[in-house]
Design a protein around this ligand. Structure first.
Ligand code: SF4
Ligand code: SF4
Length: 426
C-alpha cells in the first residue's frame, strides 16, 4: 500500500467513507448450466453485455468517486477475453488498485490435453499482461463429479489440477470460490431432508455434521488442486420474507431454487459449521472468509441479534447491471436504480438507509470488517461499548485483521507468504 493510498484512506474515513467498491456485471451471457443460477445458458431471457463506452464511463466515475476496488463479474466475463483485458487495463489507468474478475473455469475442461494447455496458457498470458489483482475460479462442491455435472463441464477439475500452474508461472494465484449450496458436500448434503429424522434437532445436528465435513473436504480438495487462496460465497437466494421486506434481485445469480434456499435455522447451522472449520485451514491456504462476519451472521440467524455492522451497499459500494448499465445499491435491491454511476449525485445518499437485509458477502464482509474503523473515527464511545458487550465478536475481528495482514491482504499476484508467518496470526 502506497503512502498516497494511506492518505486517501484517512481522508475517506474522515468523511465517514470506507474504501469504495464497484461490482460491474460486464455480461449476463454464460456457457454453464448451474442449476442455482438464473443466468445458466438454458435460461431464456434477453442477454446483454455492457458497451466499451458504458464500461469506460463507469470506471472513470468509480475512480472519481474514490473507489479502490472494481470487480468484473458475469455471466462468464472470460467469454469476452480481449474486451475484458482492455477494460482491466483501463481500470488500472484510472488508478483503481484492486481489480478483480472471476470465471467458471470453462477453459480448463476438455479431453485433448495439448489443446487444453494452449487454451489455459492463452488466458493466463492475456490476464498476466494486465493489472488484474485477483482472479477467482468457481467450484461449487467438494465432490468433483457433482461440480462438473452442475456446471456442465466434464473433466474440469482434472483440468485445473493439471494446468493451474500455468497461472502460477505467470504470477497469477487464482482463488477457488465456492457458492454454498445443497450440493456442497455432494450426496452427503444433497440427500439430507428433515423428513428422514424424528425431530428437528436431530435433523439440525446431522445437518451441522454434514456441512462441517463438506467444508473440510472442500478445503482439502482445493489445496490438493494447487490453489493457494480460497473464498466462500454465502447462499444467494431471496426468500418470500426477504422479498416482502423489499429485496428484488437485479443480479440474476440469485435464485429461488431449493438448491440455494436454506431456512433461518439451517443458515445458523451453516455459518456455525463454517466458523468452526476455518481455523484448521488458515495455516494451509489463504482463506478469505472472515470469522467475525460469519459469527455475526450466525448470531443473526440463531437469535436475531444484530452484532454485524450495516452494509455499505449504496453508500460506498455499487452494483452495475449488464442490462441497463445503471448503478444499484447492490445486486439485491433491484427496485432502486440510481441511474448511470457517472450521473450519480452525492445527495442521493440521503435516502439510502443502513441495510442488513441479505448475506451477500461481497458487500457484507468488507462492511463488517471496516465498521469498527469508522466507529473508532466517528463514534469511539460506541466502539468501546461494543468491545465491552461483545468481547468474543471483537476478538474475532482482531484475529481477522491479524490474519488478513499476515496473508498480505490476499494479493493474487503474489504467492503465499511463509506458513509460519500466517500461522502466528491464524
Ligand atoms: S453461476 Fe456463474 S457460471 Fe454458473 S450459470 Fe451463473 S453466471 Fe454462469
Ligand atoms: S445488506 Fe448490502 S448487499 Fe444486502 S440488500 Fe442490503 S445493501 Fe444490498
Amino acid at each position: 500500500m502506497t503512502v498516497k493510498t494511506v492518505i486517501k484512506q484517512m481522508r475517506d474515513l474522515r468523511y465517514n467513507k470506507t474504501p469504495g467498491q464497484v461490482v460491474i456485471q460486464y455480461t449476463d451471457h454464460c456457457n454453464a448450466l448451474c442449476p442455482q443460477c438464473g443466468m445458466r445458458k438454458t435460461s431464456r431471457f434477453q442477454r446483454h453485455t455492457l458497451s466499451r463506452t458504458q464500461v469506460r464511463h463507469t470506471l472513470r466515475a468509480a475512480a472519481e468517486r474514490g473507489a479502490y476496488v472494481v470487480s468484473f463479474t458475469g455471466g462468464e466475463p472470460l467469454l469476452f477475453l480481449d474486451e475484458l483485458t482492455d477494460h482491466i487495463r483501463y481500470a488500472g489507468k484510472m488508478g483503481l488498485e484492486y481489480i478483480r474478475t472471476g470465471t467458471n473455469g470453462f477453459f480448463f475442461a476438455g479431453k485433448n490435453q495439448g489443446r487444453l494447455t494452449a487454451r489455459v496458457e492463452r488466458v493466463a498470458d492475456a490476464l498476466a499482461a494486465t493489472p488484474l489483482r485477483n482472479l477467482w475460479v468457481s467450484l461449487d462442491s467438494s465432490d468433483p463429479g457433482t461440480h462438473e455435472k452442475m456446471r456442465g463441464f466434464p473433466g474440469l477439475v482434472e483440468g485445473i489440477a493439471k494446468n493451474l500452474h500455468h497461472f502460477h508461472n505467470r504470477g497469477i494465484y487464482p482463488a477457488a470460490n465456492m457458492g454454498i449450496n445443497r450440493n456442497t458436500g455432494g450426496e452427503a448434503t444433497r440427500n439430507l431432508v428433515p423428513s428422514a429424522f424424528s425431530n428437528q434437532s436431530e435433523y439440525l445436528e446431522a445437518f451441522y455434521h454434514a456441512y462441517h465435513q463438506a467444508f473440510s473436504r472442500f478445503f482439502d480438495l482445493v489445496i490438493s488442486l494447487g490453489f493457494t487462496m480460497v473464498n466462500l460465497c454465502y447462499p444467494m437466494s431471496i426468500t418470500e420474507d426477504e422479498h416482502n421486506q423489499g429485496l428484488e434481485a437485479v443480479y440474476a445469480a440469485t435464485a429461488q431454487e431449493d438448491i440455494v434456499r436454506f431456512s433461518r435455522k439451517e443458515k445458523a447451522v451453516l455459518f456455525k459449521a463454517l466458523l468452526e472449520v476455518i481455523p484448521a485451514y488458515r495455516e494451509q491456504i489463504r482463506l478469505f472468509s472472515p470469522r467475525s462476519s460469519l459469527y455475526a451472521l450466525f448470531r443473526h440467524y440463531a437469535d436475531r441479534a444484530d452484532v454485524s455492522y450495516p452494509c455499505r451497499g449504496g453508500l460506498d459500494y455499487f452494483f452495475i447491471d449488464a442490462k441497463d448499465g445503471h448503478a444499484y445499491p447492490c445486486g439485491y435491491r433491484g427496485t432502486e436504480s440510481l441511474g448511470p454511476l457517472w450521473d450519480l449525485k452525492t445527495e442521493t445518499f440521503d435516502d439510502i438507509k443502513a441495510c442488513r437485509l441479505c448475506d451477500w458477502e461481497c458487500f457484507r464482509d468488507p462492511s463488517h470488517l471496516l465498521g469498527p474503523v469508522l466507529d473508532l473515527w466517528h463514534n469511539p464511545l460506541k466502539l468501546m461499548r461494543t468491545i465491552k458487550e461483545e468481547r468474543y465478536a471483537s476478538s474475532l475481528w482482531l484475529e481477522d485483521l491479524r490474519y488478513y495482514k499476515a496473508c498480505g491482504f490476499f494479493n493474487g499476484r503474489k504467492g503465499p507468504r511463509s506458513i509460519k508467518k500466517i500461522s502466528k496470526a491464524a
